[in-house]
Design a protein around this ligand. Structure first.
Ligand SMILES: Nc1ncnc2c1ncn2[C@@H]1O[C@H](COP(=O)(O)OP(=O)(O)OP(=O)(O)O)[C@@H](O)[C@H]1O
Length: 569
C-alpha cells in the first residue's frame, strides 16, 4: 500500500482545503437546530417578530455558507479523486512497461486491464466518497452528539439505542457481502479474458462454426457476474429502508418521551425539535460511515490488486554500465533456460558467438527453443544458467536502455500499432524523416505503401500477414544497429522478395551482427554460421554445405523442403 500512498502525496494541499471546507459546513449545519430552538422557545413564545427575523436571516446566511462549502468540497474532492486515478493509471502503465515475460505470466494481461481500469475506478469512487462523507460524518456526528446531550440529557439513551441498532445492521450486511467483493473483481478479470479471447478468435470461431459454444462460454461468465452482483446489491438495498425505519422509530421515541419531559417542565418544545434534528444528523453520520464501511472492503480489494502490480518485483533489473563499444561481439556461454514454473530446460548448454560483419542463423523444429534464444539477447527474459557476454562482460551489467539501443529485434509475430505507417516507422527511429521512412520501406520491399500517412488499424489488421512482415522489417532496419535479430519474419515473403530484402540488409548492416531464426533453408543457407537446434540443444554448427553432408537433421529438413517447394538450394 506504500506505493499507493506515495502517489497520493501531491494531493495533500487540496485535502487540507477540503478539510477546512468540511469544518465550515459542519459548523453551519450544527448551528441551525439551535437557531430553530431559539425561534420556537423565544421568538414564538414572546411573539417577538423582530427576533424571529434576525435569527431567520442568520439561518439563511448559515445555509448559504454551508451550500458554498458543500460545492467547494464536491469540486475539490472530484479533482483529488480523479487526479489520483489518473496518476495511478500512469504509474501502473509505467510499471507494466518494465515487466518481462515472467511478470506478464504471473498477472495475466486481461487482469492488468481490469486493474488499471475497473480497480482504479473503485479506488476513485471510494476516495470521492471518503471526503464528502467519511471526513464529514465524524465532525457532524460528534458535534451533534455534544449538542444533543446539552439539550436533552434525559433523552440521550434513545441516541445510544439507535446507534446500537445501526451498528448491528451494518455488521450483518458487511459480513454477508464482504467475501463477494473479491469474487466480483475476479469475475470481471474472467469476463475480460473470455471476451478478449473470443474477439481475437472471431475468424477461427466462425470457420469452425463454434459461435454457439463460445456464446455459451461467455454467457456462463456473464450469468456468474450477474448472480454475484445481484446478491451484493440485494443486501445493500436493504440498508436504506432499514435505516429509514430506524430513523423514524427514533423520532417517535423522542417525541413520545420528550412529550413527558416537556409536560413535566424538564425540556422546552423548541429544544425537542432541535434534539430531533441533532439526532437525525447523528443517524445520518452513522449512515455515511456505514456506507463507507460497506465500500471499504471493495476499495481494499481493488487497492490490493493495484498494489500487487506496483509492488511486483522485477525479474529483469538494470545494470550500471552505460556504454557499449561499437560493433561488439555477443557470446552465449553455457546458457541454459527454463520457463518459470517449468521443470524442463527449454535451452541446454548453448554456446555460440555473434561476430560483427557476420550472419548467424538458427534452424530447428517447432518448439526447439529458437525464439527463446532471441528473447534472451535484449533481456526480455534472463538466462537461468550460464551467461551472455558482450565483449566479455555479462549483459546483466549493462543499462537496459543502452543494451536495447544496440539491438534491432523483430519478433515472430509482426506487431504493428494503431496509427499511421509513419508513426509505426518512427517506433524504430523516433525522429525518422519522410525520406528515411520511404527508403526503409523500399529496402524492405514494402512497395504496397503509397502514402506513409496511410492508416494502420489496431494490430495492423488492415494489412496482410506478408505486408505486416515487410513493414516490421522496414521498422527494424530504419535505424542502424549493432545487432539485427530476425525471428522467423521472412516466412511470408516469396523467395524473390526475400533475396532482395536480404541483399539490402547485407548492404546496410555490413559491420553489424545479423541473427536469423527460420525454419526455411532458403533464408539461412548463405549464413556464415548455421546453428542446428534440436530440443533446446545445439546439435551442430557450420556452413550449409558442411551441414548438408554431416548433420542428419539438417539434411532431412533441407531435402523435405526441396521436395515440398522445389526450393533451389
Ligand atoms: N511463456 C512460456 N511459458 C512456458 N513455456 C514456454 C513459453 N514460451 C515458450 N515455451 C516453451 O518453450 C519451448 C521453446 O519455445 P520457442 O518459442 O523458443 O520455440 P521455437 O523453436 O521458436 O518454436 P517455433 O519454431 O514454433 O516458433 C516450447 O516447448 C514452448 O512450449
Amino acid at each position: 500500500m506504500k506505493n499507493l500512498i506515495r502517489v497520493f502525496k501531491n494531493k495533500l494541499p487540496h485535502v487540507f482545503i477540503i478539510f477546512a471546507l468540511l469544518i465550515l459546513e459542519a459548523y453551519c449545519d450544527l448551528s441551525l437546530p439551535s437557531y430553530t430552538a431559539s425561534i420556537v422557545d423565544i421568538g414564538i413564545q414572546n411573539a417577538d417578530l423582530n427576533y424571529i427575523t434576525n435569527i431567520g436571516t442568520l439561518m439563511l446566511i448559515m445555509v448559504a455558507i454551508s451550500v458554498f462549502a458543500t460545492i467547494g468540497v464536491s469540486y475539490f474532492s472530484s479533482r483529488v479523486s480523479s487526479g489520483y486515478a489518473k496518476d495511478l493509471r500512469k504509474v501502473i502503465y509505467t510499471k507494466v512497461l518494465k515487466f518481462s515475460n515472467h511478470e506478464l505470466n504471473r498477472i495475466s494481461r486481461s487482469s492488468l486491464i481490469t486493474r488499471s481500469t475497473n480497480d482504479v475506478n473503485q479506488v476513485q469512487n471510494v476516495l470521492g466518497f471518503l471526503f464528502t462523507t467519511l471526513f464529514f460524518a465524524p465532525i457532524l456526528g460528534v458535534g451533534s452528539i455534544i449538542k444533543a446531550f446539552e439539550l436533552g440529557g434525559n433523552l440521550s439513551w434513545i441516541i445510544f439505542i439507535t446507534f446500537i441498532a445501526v451498528l448491528i445492521l451494518l455488521i450483518i450486511i458487511v459480513i454477508r457481502v464482504l467475501p463477494y467483493f473479491k469474487i466480483t473483481q475476479e469475475i470481471i478479470d474472467k469476463m475480460n479474458r473470455t471476451a478478449r479471447e473470443i474477439l481475437l478468435g472471431i475468424p477461427v470461431i466462425k470457420a469452425f462454426v463454434r459461435q454457439d459454444f463460445e456464446q455459451e462460454k461467455f454467457g456462463y461468465v456473464n450469468e456468474e457476474f450477474r448472480d454475484v452482483n445481484l446478491y451484493v446489491f440485494r443486501n445493500l438495498f436493504v440498508l436504506m429502508p432499514a435505516m429509514t425505519l430506524i430513523l423514524n422509530l427514533m423520532i417517535v421515541l423522542i417525541l413520545y418521551f420528550g412529550a413527558y419531559d416537556a409536560i413535566s417542565g424538564n425540556i422546552l418544545t423548541g429544544d425537542i425539535i432541535a434534539f430531533i434534528q441533532y439526532s437525525t444528523q447523528i443517524v445520518f453520520s452513522f449512515i455515511m460511515i456505514g456506507g463507507f464501511i460497506i465500500m471499504l472492503p471493495r476499495f481494499l480489494v481493488s487497492a490490493r490488486r493495484i498494489a500487487e502490480v506496483l509492488n511486483m518485483e522485477l525479474s529483469i533489473t538494470d545494470g550500471d554500465i552505460t556504454s557499449i563499444s561499437d560493433n561488439p561481439t555477443i557470446e552465449f556461454k553455457n546458457v541454459s533456460y527454463s520457463y518459470p514454473g517449468s521443470e524442463k530446460e527449454t535451452l541446454k548448454d548453448i554456446n555460440f558467438k555473434l561476430i560483427p560483419g557476420k550472419t548467424t542463423a538458427i534452424i530447428g523444429g517447432t518448439g526447439s527453443g529458437k525464439s527463446t534464444i532471441l528473447n534472451l539477447i535484449p533481456r526480455l527474459q534472463d538466462v537461468t544458467d550460464g551467461e551472455i557476454l558482450i565483449d566479455g562482460v555479462n549483459i546483466k551489467e549493462f543499462n537496459l536502455k543502452v543494451l536495447r539501443d544496440k539491438i534491432s529485434f523483430t519478433p515472430q509475430e509482426a506487431i504493428l500499432f494503431q496509427g499511421t505507417v509513419k508513426s509505426n516507422m518512427q517506433t524504430g527511429k523516433r525522429d525518422a524523416t519522410d525520406d528515411e521512412i520511404k527508403n526503409a520501406l523500399n529496402l524492405a520491399q514494402a512497395d504496397f505503401i503509397e502514402d506513409i500517412e496511410q492508416e494502420v488499424a489496431q494490430g495492423g489488421s488492415n494489412f496482410s500477414g506478408g505486408q505486416k512482415q515487410r513493414l516490421s522489417i522496414a521498422r527494424a532496419i530504419i535505424n542502424p544497429h549493432d545487432f539485427y535479430l530476425f525471428d522467423d519474419c521472412f516466412s511470408a515473403l516469396d523467395m524473390n522478395t526475400e533475396a532482395i530484402v536480404k541483399s539490402n540488409l547485407d548492404n546496410i548492416a555490413q559491420n553489424s551482427s545479423i541473427l536469423f531464426v527460420s525454419q526455411r533453408i532458403s533464408t539461412i543457407k548463405d549464413a556464415d554460421e548455421i546453428i542446428v537446434l534440436d530440443n533446446g540443444e545445439i546439435i551442430d554448427k557450420g556452413l550449409h554445405e558442411d551441414l548438408i553432408d554431416r548433420c542428419e537433421i539438417y539434411s532431412e529438413i533441407a531435402s523435405s523442403q526441396m521436395e515440398d517447394s522445389s526450393c533451389h538450394l
